[in-house]
Design a protein around this ligand. Sequence first.
Ligand SMILES: [Zn+2]
Length: 317
Amino acid sequence: MELYGKNAVIRPFTAMQRSGRFVHSYIIIGEHGVGKRTSALYAACMLLCDNKCACGECVQCKRVLKNEHPDLRIVERSKKSYSVDDVREVVTDSFTSPNDCDRKIYLFTDCDGWSDAAQAALLKTTEDPTESVYYIFTGERLSSFLGTLISRSMVINIESASKDECTAALISMYPEKEEQELRDVSASFCGNIGRCREYLDGNEKLMENVQRIKKLNSAVSAGDEYACSAVLSQITADRTELSAFLGMFTACVRDSIVIKNGRNDLIGCDEQGSRKMSVLPLSRLISIYDNIMDISRACDLNCNAAAAAAVLSGRLV
Ligand SMILES: [Zn+2]
């Protein structure tokens, strides 16, 4: 199974495979598009593979990857997030034996936003798990999980692949595209393969945001408050959208500070724009960076996206 830049998951699973003893509960954390689900499927393959190596070739691995394995259940949610009833049903089901293998796995995806009560329903089974049962949870933030659940689980933080690893992955996925284009996309999304794929598959929102970032960077360089506000006022649909946009913007401002310091390890989606911004005084860039971080934190709490965007545009020039 090809897994790019995911040593955070490969290493512990290889070690557990060698020792023959696996932890029964895993929490996989990482930002949108970074490969949490792929990592979870890799983990499932490691647990079920006939060749004990997530080979991707054996019957078990193939069934996992096609989502057809009877002993891997991707738990569905009955509401926007997992409910107590969804969890209780899984707990009851976990007492039945596996179908084809000697292990069975429950995968709960995108757990952010699930209630404490839903998680509490899992505590007993994760504390004293049935020998054959394994749980994998994925989410963007570790704070979405109860401390008691975290303490019973192995937490795996997934980060983006390096830009080169990401480019290699994209070349294998999009053989019809020019390598240079794929390199540019990989650089634009800092090695986040999921976001690169969304972009290459024509996710219009993402493409639109890259264009907006370019406009915003140029407005900040020019000290044009009106233009800053014109861009930010378009991204007020909800906090999640604003937060994702600010993540991309932070990377560009960070890059301009990096360039100012004579370094070249850039992560943002607008190198040209970051180079332009880097002529601003360092104190100014740091203040812009701090202001974006303030607003990003407000987005994580419960702010109104339109108000937050308006406050930020006043602080960028
Ligand atoms: Zn296999």
